[in-house]
Ligand binder design. Structure first.
Ligand SMILES: *[C@@H]1O[C@H](CO)[C@@H](O)[C@H](O)[C@H]1NC(C)=O
Ligand SMILES: *[C@@H]1O[C@H](CO)[C@@H](O)[C@H](O)[C@H]1NC(C)=O
Length: 301
């Protein structure tokens, strides 16, 4: 072999190795940073989450303002979930446009003292479904207030629409409750994964062990916590000591709803909400997907 050939072959080999290395790196990056995210479904679910703040009759008649107007086919066979002791609420029903059973949990209504008490009840209690798991007591109790209604009512919808998809959603405190609903709805769904589980501005629900357990379960096919810029709620209760709450996986982060989103597959990722320096913008908590949540929830009571 000529010297020039050897140099050429060596150069090609080096180039190939480097390319492979870079490609692998970008493959890794791709795997870490990417997952299935269906923005159209998420946007629809934001509307259902917002509708869950409305009065039972406005939901049943599907005249709840903007989120109802954007989903003109509405939701049929609505069951309004309500626990007056806990002031927990939400609705479930069937969306013909999506051929899906929708379960949506209501967040903190600003005028509910009981909701605020649930929110600030940051004591960790033992979570019965996994060993050594601890969860935020207030969110879990708020969810437990609705659990028996889910157990009696979801199977009725499932019986009527056996082959439809199942979508679960919620905003704020409702996002935390939607997380807690996953194991139960999964079971009621015949141990079949929920088709889509997207929530909005979710606080942290449990500890590291809860996160580890939750991420090994296949409760849903596609899922994610959608966060908006400087929304303070995803930063609560804190990740740092002494609180040490940890988010469940899959975050979708929006700087605004007119610019591209970021996908963060890890639970606590500085590239997404964790990287926001001053997450103290309450209006960001109430402006997901272009809806004015506060205005809508006041007019749809
Ligand atoms: C939601 O879904 C319906 C039906 O598929 C669609 O017409 C509507 O534009 C969607 N978007 C929003 C924001 O609800
Ligand atoms: C409301 O919540 C409490 C506390 O979890 C529970 O004991 C009660 O059975 C619930 N009521 C309804 C109607 O679900």
């Amino acid at each position: 072999m000529k010297k020039t050939q050897i140099i050429l072959i060596t150069a090609i080999a080096c180039f190939a190795t480097a390319t492979l290395f870079l490609f692998q790196k970008s493959q890794n990056f791709y795997q870490i940073k990417n997952f299935a995210y269906n923005e159209k479904i998420a946007e629809n679910l934001s509307g259902f989450s917002l509708a869950s703040y409305c009065s039972s009759s406005k939901i049943k008649n599907w005249n709840c303002g903007a989120p109802c107007n954007k989903n003109p086919q509405g939701v049929k066979d609505v069951y309004y979930m309500l626990n007056t002791t806990m002031d927990s609420a939400g609705f479930m029903g069937y969306s013909p446009a999506h051929d899906a059973i929708i379960v949506a949990f209501r967040g903190t209504i600003p005028w509910s003292k009981k909701n605020w008490i649930s929110d600030i009840n940051t004591i960790k209690i033992k979570y019965p479904r996994c060993e050594n798991c601890y969860v935020h007591q207030g969110f879990y109790k708020a969810f437990l207030g609705l659990q028996s209604q889910i157990i009696t009512e979801f199977p009725k919808l499932k019986a009527k629409y056996p082959n439809s998809k199942v979508f679960v959603t919620g905003h704020s405190l409702g996002a935390a409750m939607s997380t807690h609903s996953m194991p139960i709805i999964y079971q009621l769904n015949g141990n079949k994964p929920i088709d889509a589980f997207y929530n909005f501005g979710s606080p942290r629900v449990g500890d590291q062990t809860f996160h580890d357990w939750f991420s090994t379960q296949s409760f849903s096919k596609e899922y994610g916590r959608i966060n908006h810029r400087a929304d303070p709620v995803p930063h609560l209760p804190p990740n740092g000591a002494p609180f040490q709450f940890v988010h469940i996986d899959h975050e979708i982060f929006y700087e605004s709803f007119s610019t591209p989103y970021l996908l963060c597959a890890q639970s606590e990722d500085p590239d997404c909400a964790d990287g926001v320096s001053y997450p103290i913008d309450i209006p960001d908590h109430f402006s997901y997907f272009g809806y004015d949540w506060v205005a809508e929830m006041f007019t749809c009571q």
